[in-house]
Design a protein around this ligand. Sequence first.
Ligand SMILES: Cc1cc2nc3c(=O)[nH]c(=O)nc-3n(C[C@H](O)[C@H](O)[C@H](O)COP(=O)(O)OP(=O)(O)OC[C@H]3O[C@@H](n4cnc5c(N)ncnc54)[C@H](O)[C@@H]3O)c2cc1C
Length: 391
Amino acid sequence: MVGASLACGLAEEAEALSIAIIDANEPNLEWDKDSYDMRVSAITRASQTLFKNIDVWDKIVEQRVSPYQDMFVWDAEGKGQVHFDSADMGEADLGHIIENRVIIKALHQRISEVSNIDLLCPKQIKNISFQDDKTELQLQDKTSLSAKLVVGADGTRSWVRQQADIAVKGWDFDQAALVTTVKTEKYHQDTAWQRFLKTGPLAFLPLTDGYSSIVWSTSPDEAKRLTEISEDDFAIELEHAFESKLGKIESVATRAVFPLRLFETLNYVKPRLALVGDAAHTIHPLAGQGVNLGLADVSSLITVIVEALNDKKDIGSLKVLRRYERWRRADNRSMLVAMDSIKRLFGSELSVVKDIRSLGLNLTDRITPLKNILMQQAMGLNAIKPSSHSK
Ligand SMILES: Cc1cc2nc3c(=O)[nH]c(=O)nc-3n(C[C@H](O)[C@H](O)[C@H](O)COP(=O)(O)OP(=O)(O)OC[C@H]3O[C@@H](n4cnc5c(N)ncnc54)[C@H](O)[C@@H]3O)c2cc1C
């Protein structure tokens, strides 16, 4: 999602560039329309604006999106709860729940419309060599490419990052996320629901026709157990863990487990290389911000590259790329630290901590300015502006 968005943005903003996307895996672009992708993303208003700017948003909406107007968060262990309503901000919605495959298909439709992107897929890179004035790439099929700039957008286990010897600093998490799609007895009210259990957060994200996408974060062993029990038993456990907020769980689709990681790279750039998205930073899905942070990287990197081109600067030089790194690091790090703190706060068994978090949630619910700041953050409207980062 992140790498293809960058390519589409650069193709639009810098027509003189010649762009290649190398992806090891072929995307799934055809599916049964009655099914839902088990992977969905809560897309913020800021990411929606980027998709509009790169001519992808309409292609997404033509397929399927689920706007959500409300967010309801509550604590299983205490009495705290907070309710965010887009109407309080004078906005039509807080964001959209979108299947990942819908976003990827729209990006591929856009790629096929532009003339300055070469899609090399499925292709594996065999060798990468960073030189003073260019990067040389050799693919497994013996194709050679040379580029002024390589962008590593190859996800949390980034091969490019490893080849560039860029270290990561992470937190040990010991959590996994179980994902699936369910139909509930009661309508989800176009609300994103999240209950904090002591084992981790359980989210119900609204889809069309009363379906919801589930992200249930828990220990890896528990996640495995939850995929192995029968559908009926799973439905009962899920309903119980969710306090029957939406009544009975009427159907359960395929369940899958994703390991969760939390890290940031020590550098986002080096000469001739920039990292974006999960390759540069991976966070807990509890605030639904991972891909949104990656798309914010994309917006920043497009701005930095276009300005460098206009000023006749080398887009792969460290001086140019450092501007991107400075710009994005502060934003990404504050989100990483916030996610880690929230996870620890809600994982604590100490009664004093339980009292503090109940108080915190309830105060947040009552203090309108604070609530509005948090809503702006969730909508991606608080991102650091380029003007604060001199060239
Ligand atoms: C359960 C769960 C729920 C989530 N929910 C949300 C949410 O609601 N909102 C949100 O913003 N984020 C969410 N996230 C996070 C989000 O999914 C990630 O941040 C996002 O997928 C990262 O996108 P990316 O393009 O950087 O990396 P990826 O999606 O991992 O894409 C990497 C790409 O690189 C390719 N690739 C990998 N290795 C190579 C190689 N060696 N050579 C060539 N190509 C390669 C892959 O084929 C792929 O196309 C969630 C994550 C999880 C686990």
